[in-house]
Design a protein around this ligand. Structure first.
Ligand SMILES: C[S@@+](CC[C@H](N)C(=O)[O-])C[C@H]1O[C@@H](n2cnc3c(N)ncnc32)[C@H](O)[C@@H]1O
Length: 240
């Protein structure tokens, strides 16, 4: 979703702009150091997009271009996305990485919203409550759609298998912590993890990533990509 657009809420036909930080509260501090996209990419970049019909809930076009360019630069064979939504990113990844790559993506089905183990944010509900997960990626042969709650799903078959993991599901602090821990298990040594929505209307993302950066050595190379809400971390191979 847009870094600067607050979700709309409204009752009885009236629409008002909701500030999830609270009326007087300042946006969260951003402790993760900034890098330009050129620090992780070589230019020029070349990407393909399945369409330009971006909707609220997707990444921005710039963020999508960075995700796809990075996946291509890594020559990713297996990508795992936590939070499918309409499947725009999954389908774009599938298109750019080709038929030999596998894109695995998980989403919480709307009918299971009541079974989520950890607290869901009120601004996450709109992205969960949709007719189907992965509407745009379901016909792509190299996309594997999984359904479940990231707090209870058994991810173990993909542990250590993924070249790139994209964390973009529930934006509450507890879920971001949970999903980040899963991402670190999914990624292969030397692989890369991306997060969306750092420094946006979702304070839980900034709180969790700030904490990881400040106090957890596994996240020592965590960086925020300037001009976007993406954070990136290359997970070091084990020291020999
Ligand atoms: C912001 S959207 C993801 C956007 C998508 N990654 C893209 O690039 O277009 C967040 C998604 O996370 C899913 N989600 C929220 N909580 C979840 C949970 N506990 N487990 C799995 N998926 C969850 C929602 O259903 C929603 O589809």
């Amino acid at each position: 979703m847009d870094a600067i657009k607050f979700p709309f809420t409204g009752k009885g036909g009236r629409r008002r702009l909701a500030n999830p930080f609270g009326r007087r509260a300042a946006p969260p501090e951003m402790l993760v150091p900034d890098i330009p996209a050129s620090a992780i990419l070589e230019y020029p970049v070349q990407i393909a997009l399945i369409d330009l019909d971006r909707v609220n809930g997707n990444t921005s076009l710039l963020e999508q271009a960075i995700i796809l360019s990075l996946a291509k630069a890594l020559n990713a064979a297996t990508v795992f996305e936590i939070g499918t939504f309409d499947g725009w990113s999954a389908a774009n990844l599938a298109l750019n990485l080709g038929s030999s790559a596998k894109i695995v993506t998980i989403d919480l089905p709307a009918q299971d919203i009541g079974a989520a183990k950890l607290p869901l944010g009120k601004y996450d509900i709109q992205y969960i409550m949709k007719e189907t997960s992965g509407a745009k990626s379901r016909d792509m042969k190299n996309v594997v759609q999984l359904y479940g709650d990231s707090a209870t799903y058994d991810f173990s078959p993909w542990f250590g298998q993924c070249d790139l993991v994209f964390v973009d599901a529930c934006h509450e602090y507890e879920y971001v912590r949970n999903d980040s821990e899963i991402a670190l298990k999914l990624v292969r040594p030397g692989g890369t993890v991306l997060w969306h929505d750092y420094g946006t209307v979702f304070p839980g993302v900034a709180r969790a990533l700030n904490e990881f950066y400040r106090s957890d050595r596994r996240f020592r190379s965590l960086s925020h990509i300037r001009g976007t809400s993406l954070c990136v971390c290359r997970m070091d191979p084990p020291e020999t």
